[in-house]
Design a protein around this ligand. Structure first.
Ligand SMILES: NC(=O)C1=CN([C@@H]2O[C@H](COP(=O)(O)OP(=O)(O)OC[C@H]3O[C@@H](n4cnc5c(N)ncnc54)[C@H](OP(=O)(O)O)[C@@H]3O)[C@@H](O)[C@H]2O)C=CC1
Ligand SMILES: N[C@@H](CC=O)C(=O)O
Length: 349
């Protein structure tokens, strides 16, 4: 059985949740999937480039006892660090950069060139680097996987890839941003905007810079990722009509809720012979609209396909589970599932 050397770049909400999940699933990974693992690299701007090819102390990392962690010299850049950690897989879990997807794209490029699989929750890499990184992965016979980037926790990209051959999306409508949904719900309950943002941050679902959520860009990036990967219609962000929830007036939000037509940040894509059009904007929705019933950090994606009139995927994310906030935990599951898929693709060769 192969022991995989895993390197984590970004050790925030999702990185920590992934490490906890890997610990929980160690025996299952070994017994069901013949995968053994050790953590050989962790890096963030604050921590620097930590590596040890014999394995880093996972419990000390999770307890933030960084001074107890034994490391080797790992240089001060991603390529030297991947080499020092003898990486077989990189988990790229750094913050979203809406404008360029960097430096995450460079991290993934480095991992693939090193010969490691690259798995990410960072949607900037898909919007700004999808074609280049897929081609590089194919040349290197490694996998670039990104299931967690849209509706972290739910299968979207892998579902289409594995179970919906020759199906073409003609319309998509969904609620793709948990943070704005939590913020709107808090405002409906009479909380201030600042308090509402803080609640989303405490749940671990807000972006490092929450203005990406509030101003609609996180949802727009997800829209662009769906169009690029699933609709073969890369739509640049500047061609998406984007309006966030910042300007929504509390009284207006509360009145809409009282009237049974709550505001939701709706994402929509339509493709026809004239091309592709997409928007992200807050809309009051009638009670019978399935999007109106999506609560808290939950999300919904509704696809209309040429072969299926309607396919809806709902991801229920209650705020907290026994071990804390569930948003990052369900996202970590998608990352783990991608890792298993990457290894299985090697095992099939
Ligand atoms: N949280 C969620 O529910 C979900 C998150 N995602 C995506 O997952 C990614 C991580 O999210 P999350 O864990 O919540 O974010 P956090 O803000 O909690 O953590 C981000 C981590 O990345 C590190 N980081 C940021 N920039 C760099 C850089 N240039 N070089 C090295 N390290 C860097 C930060 O550490 P430091 O500041 O020390 O560098 C920190 O450890 C994001 O791209 C997000 O969009 C996707 C789906 C759901
Ligand atoms: N900030 C995002 C996290 C997942 O992508 C959200 O709120 O949906």
């Amino acid at each position: 059985m192969k022991t995989y050397n895993l390197c984590l770049l970004g050790f925030g909400n999702v990185g920590r949740a992934l490490l906890r999940l890997l610990q929980e699933k160690t025996v299952e990974l070994r017994e069901r999937y013949h995968i053994d693992w050790r953590l050989t690299g962790v890096a963030t701007r604050r921590l620097g480039w930590l590596a040890n090819p014999e394995g880093l102390d996972v419990s000390a990392l999770l307890a933030e006892q960084f001074e107890h962690i034994q490391t080797v010299e790992a240089g001060n850049n991603v390529r030297d660090w991947l080499a020092a950690g003898k990486a077989d897989a990189l988990f790229e879990l750094t913050s979203l950069n809406v404008e360029s997807g960097q430096p995450a794209i460079e991290h993934i490029r480095a991992a693939l060139e090193h010969g490691a699989h690259a798995i990410t929750a960072n949607k900037g890499t898909v919007v700004h680097g999808y074609h280049e990184l897929q081609e590089l992965a194919q040349r290197q016979q490694r996998r670039f996987l990104f299931e967690a980037t849209v509706m972290g926790g739910a299968p979207i990209f892998s579902l289409f890839a594995s179970s919906l051959p020759a199906a073409n999306i003609v319309r998509f409508r969904g609620l793709l941003n948990s943070t704005s949904n939590v913020i709107i719900a808090e405002i409906e309950r009479g909380k201030s905007f600042e308090h509402a943002v803080q609640t989303a941050q405490e749940l671990g679902i807000a972006e490092t810079d929450p203005s990406a959520d509030i101003d609609g860009w996180d949802a727009a990036v997800k829209v662009s990722a769906i169009a690029t990967v699933l609709m073969d219609a890369p739509i640049p962000l500047e061609q998406i009509e984007v309006e966030g929830i910042r300007h929504l007036d509390a009284a207006q939000v509360q009145a809409a809720r009282a009237a049974g037509t709550p505001y939701k940040l709706v994402a929509q894509i339509e493709k026809n012979e004239d091309g592709i059009k997409a928007f992200v904007k807050p809309l009051p929705l009638p009670a019978h609209d399935p999007l109106a019933a999506v609560t808290g950090g939950s999300m919904l994606a509704h696809f209309e396909l040429d072969v299926l009139p309607g396919l809806t995927i709902t991801l229920d994310v209650p705020d907290n589970g026994p071990a804390g906030p569930l948003g990052p935990a369900v996202t970590a599951y998608d990352v783990l599932a991608d890792f298993i898929r990457a290894v299985q693709s090697e095992q099939r060769v």
